[in-house]
Design a binder for this molecule. Sequence first.
Ligand code: FES
Length: 112
Amino acid sequence: NTSSTIAQSSGFKSVGTVAALDKDGQILNKKSPVGPVLVIRNPNDSNSLIAVNPTCTHDGCTVKWKKSEKMFDCPCHDAEYSADGKVLQGPAKKPLATYQAKIDGSSVVVKA
Ligand code: FES
């Protein structure tokens, strides 16, 4: 369809469906076309999406989104990141990589 053709040509790639995002509260796709990606609805603006590379910058574990606390939490050594990927608590020192993300029809699309 036309809208996804435009999305593809502008560099956005589908990483999952809106149905899955709303069912699970997130999309975690470790093998998406842009690499590992975790997509959530922006807790401060449900019309926009947030996408990060969920690979912890400390030692490579996969972070989890904690919706009630509006932050990403690493299960390995308790690093914490804000919704925009900034480090809130070590031992991680570098922020999570972030991507542009949006809804395109029934798909969630991300641009690396
Ligand atoms: Fe995430 Fe160590 S790997 S805190």
